[in-house]
Design a protein around this ligand. Structure first.
Ligand SMILES: NC(=O)c1ccc[n+]([C@@H]2O[C@H](COP(=O)([O-])OP(=O)(O)OC[C@H]3O[C@@H](n4cnc5c(N)ncnc54)[C@H](O)[C@@H]3O)[C@@H](O)[C@H]2O)c1
Length: 479
C-alpha cells in the first residue's frame, strides 16, 4: 500500500496517494468482484494490481555524479510502505541496495528482491534481520518499514550495529520503545530519521519558513482543524498459497494471517487510524504552532468495524490545547472510517489569515485566505511567496438571488501557495536522510522530533480510554 497515507492504508493499502482511494469505477469493480472472491479476495486483488502499476511506473535509475559517495542500503520490511520507499529510492542517485529483509519470504521479500534485480541491484534476501546485520557488513543505512511494534527493536539493533537508520512513523507503538530509539541514536552517534515525510515536503517547508515565520501572514494562530476521512473497505487478505507458516508468524509476534495483514487494528501491534494517519498531521500542528500540546481530550469508537476482529477505534475526534509563543490555541483533529469525502488536510486559522494545506497534490495543496482587515499581501505576492488573489465570487452569488445576512463577513481574498512537489511524496525526506548521511544536511525529522510527535499522538488513545481530559507536562516531551 502506498502508505496509509497513500492514503487509505487501512483498507486499500495498495492504493496510491490521495484521500479515500476508491473512485466510482473501483467501487463497482470491487463490488462485482466480492461475490466471486469474497472480501478477502478483493482486498488482495486491489493490492496486487496497485503494486504491479507502481513497479511499472518506476523510472530508470538516475546517473550519479562520479564524485558522489555511494551509500549501501538495506530495506527492513518490504510491505506496502517498504515498496513505496523503494520506488522513491530508485530515483535517488548514489544508492546501492545490498539486502532486503522481510519475514514474508513467500511474497513481499521475493517481490522486492526481484524488482531491485530488474534495476541492477543484486540483493540478498533475509528473513531474520540479525542474520542480515551479521552478514552484510558493508551496509551503511537501513530503511525500516516493519509494523510499528517492531520499530524499536529493529532501530536500536541497527544503530548499535553501526548503521544509520530511516524508520517509518509511528516511531513506536510505546513511549518506552520510542525512548530507547532516541537513547540508541545518542549513544551510537548514528543518524535516526523518523518518517514524517511532510517535514521535508517543499510546500510545508515554504509555508513554515516563508509564510508563517518570515511574512507572518496568518497573524496569531488561534485554531487548527484537520482531518483524514477515509472510505470503508474490507480487511486485507492473502491467497493461501502465500500464507506464512503458523510457527513463523508466532515467532514474529502475529497470531495468524489476518492479524499479520491487518496489524494496524490490533493493540500491542499498531495504534489504529489516529496513530496511523493522525500522527502525520498532528506532527504538523506541533511544528507550525511552535509548541507541543498541554492537554488533550478525545472521543473514539469502533463505529463501523466489528469489535470482534478490530481492536482500535475506527473513528476518533480529538481536541488539543496549546500554549504557543503567541498565546493559547486549540486544535481539532478527526479521522473517520465512513467515506473519503473531503479527504485529508490541515487548516491553520489566525487573526489575519487562514492556511489550508495538504500533502495531497490534487486536493487542498495549499490555499491561503487573507482577512479583509489584515495588512495587504502585495509584497508577498510580488516576492512570489503567495499567488495573486483569485477574483471573488460575490457577484455571482448576488446574481443567484440568494440573500446575504448582514452579519456575514466579506469573503477573504483567496491565494494559493505556489509550491508543487513533482516527485513521489517520500522522496524529499529520503533525500534529506541520505544528504545527512553524506554530511551535507541536517535531518528534518530527527529522533527527538519523532518522539515529541509520538508523545502527542499516543496519548489520544489513552484519553479515549480514560474518558477524560489529560495533561502533558513539558517534561513529557524531553528525554
Ligand atoms: N510515512 C508514511 O506515509 C507511511 C505510509 C504507510 C505506512 N507507513 C509505516 O510503514 C510501516 C509499514 O507499514 P506497511 O503499510 O508497509 O505494512 P505492511 O504490513 O504492508 O508491511 C510490513 C512488512 O513488514 C514485514 N515484517 C513484519 N514483521 C517483520 C519482522 N519482524 N522482520 C522483518 N519483516 C517484518 C511484513 O512481512 C511486511 O512485509 C508502518 O510503520 C507504517 O506506519 C508509513
Amino acid at each position: 500500500m502506498a502508505g496509509e497515507d497513500e492514503k487509505d492504508k487501512g483498507k486499500t493499502p495498495a492504493a496510491p496517494k490521495g484521500p479515500a482511494k476508491l473512485d466510482r469505477r473501483d467501487v463497482l469493480m470491487g463490488l462485482s468482484t466480492v461475490p466471486a472472491l469474497g472480501l478477502f479476495g478483493y482486498a488482495w486483488n486491489s493490492q496486487a494490481q496497485y503494486q504491479r502499476s507502481r513497479a511499472a511506473a518506476a523510472t530508470a535509475p538516475p546517473v550519479a555524479p562520479a564524485d558522489l559517495q555511494v551509500i549501501n542500503v538495506a530495506l527492513l520490511g518490504a510491505g506496502a510502505q517498504g515498496q513505496v520507499l523503494t520506488e522513491a529510492m530508485l530515483r535517488i542517485p548514489g544508492l546501492r541496495f545490498r539486502a532486503v529483509c522481510d519475514i514474508w519470504t513467500e511474497y513481499n521479500q521475493r517481490r522486492v528482491v526481484n524488482t531491485l534485480g530488474r534495476f541492477k541491484h543484486e540483493v540478498n534476501g533475509y528473513e531474520d534481520y540479525r542474520e542480515m546485520l551479521d552478514k552484510e557488513k558493508e551496509i551503511d543505512a537501513v530503511i525500516i518499514a516493519t509494523p510499528d511494534f517492531w520499530h524499536a527493536q529493529h532501530t536500536v539493533d541497527c544503530l548499535k550495529a553501526g548503521k544509520h537508520v530511516y524508520c517509518e512513523k509511528e516511531m513506536s507503538n510505546t513511549l518506552e520503545g520510542a525512548r530507547s530509539m532516541v537513547a540508541a541514536a545518542r549513544e551510537t552517534g548514528k543518524l535516526l530519521q523518523i518518517g514524517h515525510q511532510r517535514r521535508s515536503n517543499p510546500r510545508y517547508i515554504h509555508c513554515y519558513e516563508k509564510l508563517l515565520r518570515e511574512a507572518k501572514l496568518l497573524g496569531r494562530i488561534v485554531t487548527v482543524n484537520g482531518q483524514w476521512n477515509r472510505a470503508v473497505a474490507p480487511d486485507l487478505g492473502a491467497p493461501d498459497r502465500y500464507a506464512i507458516p503458523d510457527a513463523r508468524l508466532k515467532q514474529y509476534g502475529f497470531k495468524d494471517m489476518p492479524q499479520f495483514r491487518n496489524w494496524r487494528w490490533y493493540k500491542g501491534l499498531g495504534g489504529g487510524p489516529i496513530v496511523d494517519l493522525g500522527s502525520h498531521q498532528i506532527d504538523i500542528y506541533n511544528w507550525f504552532l511552535g509548541a507541543n500540546p498541554s492537554h488533550v481530550m478525545a472521543s473514539g469508537g469502533l463505529l463501523y468495524h466489528d469489535p470482534k476482529t478490530h481492536e482500535w477505534y475506527d473513528t476518533v475526534m480529538v481536541i488539543y490545547d496549546y500554549d504557543t509563543p503567541l498565546g493559547p490555541a486549540k486544535a481539532y483533529y478527526q479521522t473517520q472510517t465512513t467515506n473519503g469525502s473531503q479527504g485529508y488536510y490541515e487548516t491553520f486559522m489566525g487573526d489575519q489569515g487562514t492556511l489550508l494545506i495538504s500533502e495531497s497534490e490534487v486536493n487542498y495543496a495549499g490555499q491561503l485566505y487573507r482577512d479583509p482587515n489584515a495588512p495587504a499581501w502585495d509584497e508577498w505576492v510580488q516576492k512570489g511567496y503567495v499567488s495573486a488573489p483569485k477574483e471573488q465570487e460575490a457577484k455571482a452569488k448576488s446574481d443567484s438571488g440568494a440573500v446575504a445576512d448582514v452579519r456575514e463577513s466579506v469573503a477573504p481574498d483567496q491565494h494559493t501557495v505556489p509550491v508543487v512537489l513533482r516527485d513521489p511524496y517520500h522522496q524529499p525526506h529520503l533525500q534529506n536522510f541520505f544528504d545527512a548521511v553524506r554530511g551535507k544536511a541536517r535531518l528534518n525529522c530527527p529522533a527527538e522530533i519523532g518522539y515529541e510527535s509520538a508523545v502527542s499522538v499516543l496519548k489520544v488513545n489513552q484519553a479515549i480510554e480514560a474518558k477524560s481530559r489529560l495533561s502533558f507536562t513539558p517534561e513529557d516531551f524531553k528525554i
